[in-house]
Write a protein that binds this ligand. Sequence first.
Ligand code: XMP
Length: 480
Amino acid sequence: MKIRPDVGLTFDDVLLAPQPSSVRSRKDVSPHTWLTPDIRLSVPIISSNMDTVTEERMAIAMAQLGGIGFLHRFMSIADQADCVQKVKRAESIVVENPLTISADASVDQARGLMAEADVGGLVVLDAHNQVIGMVTNRDVLFAPDGGAPLSQVMTPRNRLVVASQDETIEQARAKLFANRIEKLPLVDGEGRLTGLITAQDIIKIQQHPDATKDSRGRLRVGAAVGVRADDLERAAACVNAGADLLVVDIAHGHSEHTIAMVRQLKQRFPGVPVVAGNVAVPQGVIDLAQAGAEAIKVGVGAGSTCTTRIVTGFGVPQLTAIAECAQAAQALGLRIIADGGIRNSGDITKALAAGAGSVMLGNILAGMDESPGAPVIRNGRRYKIVRGMASLTANVDRKKLEHSEMPIEDWGDVVPEGVEAIVSYRGAAADTLHQLVGGLRSGMSYAGARTLEELWEKAEFIRVTPSGMRESHPHDVELI
Ligand code: XMP
């Protein structure tokens, strides 16, 4: 047994001392980071791989805003791969596999296909995959004869505007405008379909200039996996669906099976970055990094719905965990993700100033429109459900996923390390993210830092007493 002589600190134990600053405006500050050596984020914020936080809607919103979402793994392999695919299809420069139909299909068939796939148009092909027309919602909307062949309502090839596959975005935009059209099929030299550019996609690109995207203009997304035998299958399905990175998600990530899983993933998918965790001490970072992890999640028991520290007695106060683990990671040229316990933009600034490369949020994002948690009304106010992934109901639902219902009399055998709870409904993710990033930029300017690296260098923490923290909050006024 040994007792460390130092005291573990967390966010409320410290403040950042203001530093001389030449930053004139928050706009001069760039909070961008590298999640892994190859994945850049304009905003250093990740949505947590919890089943009340991140499925495809949250992942799409996070990537559009410049962060990224990690999809949770508490769903079937097929469902998780489907989520990945939905994120990857949400935006792209070119739709690579546009939906097609043959000219002898009926108007009703086209209506059905467009409704099912939620798209506004289909490219019409002949038997040799050559483009012979295009049919859009407008062509079939009021067509009186649902049984009529599409050739009667489509825009035929001689009136259809197409472009070559090498068209740039600017050229495509000019063509869409010149012809007052919304869809531009791309064809090769033989007239075969190679892709589709849509006005909708161009608008999305303009609306989200900071979005986190891959080289093909698709939003990036991470997919969480466990360490069981079928998790390799899960990883393969997610990678095939286009996942940009895999996240080995284990409560005690500094363990042999996590290390073994990281190794296996790196062997099987050498080009796919792996994030691993969670750990709370520097040796955990070193061991996972040596196994091949490119980013490490740090935080044991800090999360708002966690009871690990109470149930097991283990954990490291989060600011100390971040500072010590970040030092180990930086020595290896890697960055850590500070996961858990963050309640506001001040905590984000503190986590980053302590050395984190990015932060992971559960609680703050669980109340958003885009989170999958169920909405509830209590005393006339709106809330959403959030739950720890080691909570009782999460354990019971996990069994259900494995097709073995847990009889209610066995529920007592579960030793939960998390709770079920509600959080206030907070509207659209974009609004809260805007506030959080604004607060972070402001915080960086107090440090005189224009970049994260400067923040690391210039940050100076001061320990505070409970009265110092009380003074930090509004006091001696009645809030309205
Ligand atoms: P916040 O504070 O943002 O933290 O809600 C989110 C993180 O909490 C972790 N997590 C858990 N930890 N038992 C735990 O000990 C649980 O049941 C649990 N569920 C989530 C996780 O790291 C998440 O990102």
